[in-house]
Ligand binder design. Sequence first.
Ligand SMILES: Nc1ncnc2c1ncn2[C@@H]1O[C@H](COP(=O)(O)OP(=O)(O)O)[C@@H](O)[C@H]1O
Ligand SMILES: [Mg+2]
Length: 275
Amino acid sequence: MAIDNRQPTSICLINQKGGCGKSSTCFHLAGAFAAMGHRVLLVDADPQGSISQAFFGSDAVEQMPAWETLAALFDDRCNHIDPYSLIRQTHVDGIYVLPANQHLATYNAPCPEQGGVMQFALRDFLEPLTSFGVVLFDCPPNLYQCSWNAMIAAKFVLIPIPPEDFGTQGIRAVHQAVANARVLNPSLRRLGHLITRSDRRMLVHRAYESRLRDLYGELVLHTTIPELSAFKVALACRQPVQMHAAKSAAAERTRELVDEIVARIQNRKLQKEAA
Ligand SMILES: Nc1ncnc2c1ncn2[C@@H]1O[C@H](COP(=O)(O)OP(=O)(O)O)[C@@H](O)[C@H]1O
Ligand SMILES: [Mg+2]
């Protein structure tokens, strides 16, 4: 199913906490979108380089010079570099990666609004790249320059939340950051909160989920991502679960997530809703 034939669908996964499944969801979502025939670009906007390592291995990623990674977009000395040369094809059909590693950390400064033209580095880089149907941004566990750049460049924000630490304070900070980013990127919309790493056998997870749904209503995606070893095993084999175990519950749930994301994007009401 085409989402929009004219422009790539770009989604950034944001949460200021680590370990909530941003990178894992990005990785497996990319597989599900690619299996549907979309050409997917994964933008690794995290100096931890999780997405890059998932595809290329940690040694290779650590050794990448800054000018072969996303860090080049922030470095004036790299102006002469052909932006297309930064994008790497992966071993998975239909998935491409703009890699990152430790070199990006220098540029991931707090107070991103003071970043001047740097705030638009990702947006300007991605604008001419119309051959991708889907662009997914994996962000670091903070709301600094890299997450800010992703929100300025993307059309949608997906907020993964594990159903444990209630942390509404943290959620409010994410919503505030989205609202701030909309000043520079008025078309940015919240796709919603995605409950990740959920184990419904645990009372605390069920209670958290229902509280979250009471608080945020339709802003919480109906689909949840369960804690399943199939996600980890596939990642260890450097394959999105859709490619590694297409019939698994993990792959099925990821396809359901894609369907819900596509339905939400196509819902014109959502597109008109102010974030
Ligand atoms: N749904 C899941 N089921 C099982 N393991 C998961 C799931 N989501 C994330 N993980 C694992 O939890 C750890 C942290 O997830 P990660 O995606 O790296 O979080 P983040 O990017 O938000 O810091 C990783 O080892 C990842 O493989
Ligand atoms: Mg991560």
